[in-house]
Design a protein around this ligand. Sequence first.
Ligand code: ASP
Length: 345
Amino acid sequence: MKEEDTSVLLIYTGGTIGMIENPDTGALENFSLEQLQRHVPELQKLEFRIDTYQFDPPIDSSDMDPEAWKRLVRIISDNYDRYTGFVILHGTDTMAYTASALSFMLEGLGKPVILTGSQLPIGVLRTDGKENLLTSIEIATARHPSGRPVVPEVCIFFENHLMRGNRTTKINAEDFNAFRSFNYPVLASAGIHIKYNNVQIHVSKSNSALKPHYLLDTNVAVLKLFPGINESVVEAVLSAPGLKAVVLETYGSGNAPRKDWFLRRLREAGERGMVIVNVTQCSAGTVEMERYETGYRLMQAGVVSGHDSTTESAVTKLMFLLGHDYSPAEVRRRMCKPIAGEITV
Ligand code: ASP
């Protein structure tokens, strides 16, 4: 593939990667994409076109929200035909949510969309940001000899690992190795060479066109169980005005208390049309509600399995499905079927 046929759109949303220490206060503050480029002179050595788009002002990823996801989808879709791939610089804190949301919103994606960031700002000597940025660009432009992109997926690249975005979770607030994909193999490992795990990478249909989605419904909540949880707390969540779906974070392989009040509250909410999805609190493994009686009772109460979904993926998938105005039964059905490789059924 000729280098002049290659191009990347680098979208800078914010996050530590693009921050610099304020000499007066010591606090990290955002700086501009130009400053970022100045700190990575290696970018100039790449012999293909890198265009940039910057969120103005850049945002800490704690401020990411569905509006910002829609903006990203719009940018990618408006520029889709012009670039070989897309790299999104993003804060690490909510990167897994953004990656999950984009994987659902970019239906028919046939090009790489690689999210990356860093634990140390790019202006700091020991930064992990340079490596993450340069390797992400390389992955976003990788093509098979036939010209097909090697990774036509929404991914997170972090500290040598390329992971399917909707399988990824931030697991460490300090280490460079901050993300994991517990329930799906990594898509590539970067050492001297970037080794792609081609059998695990989604193959896009050559004739598929990008179909961007912009409708999300945020009437979703996460309810994490713990021994001793009060009925009033469960009730307050399940009866929150306008709430349409709950991600229930259960124990082990999808187990929950067998207390009458608890199962009754779930059943009543389900009968009112609330979609309740069972996701395990464990980092790895899957929900199997038929395995123990404690899980079986949930199934009987109308709770559906989230299989081996991350919470990030379950939350954003619910927003996406509810945004389509499907009936509760249809949302429940679609939660059990993969849209973008987010669950193993
Ligand atoms: N608070 C930052 C953010 O998520 C942390 C980071 O980028 O690593 O935007």
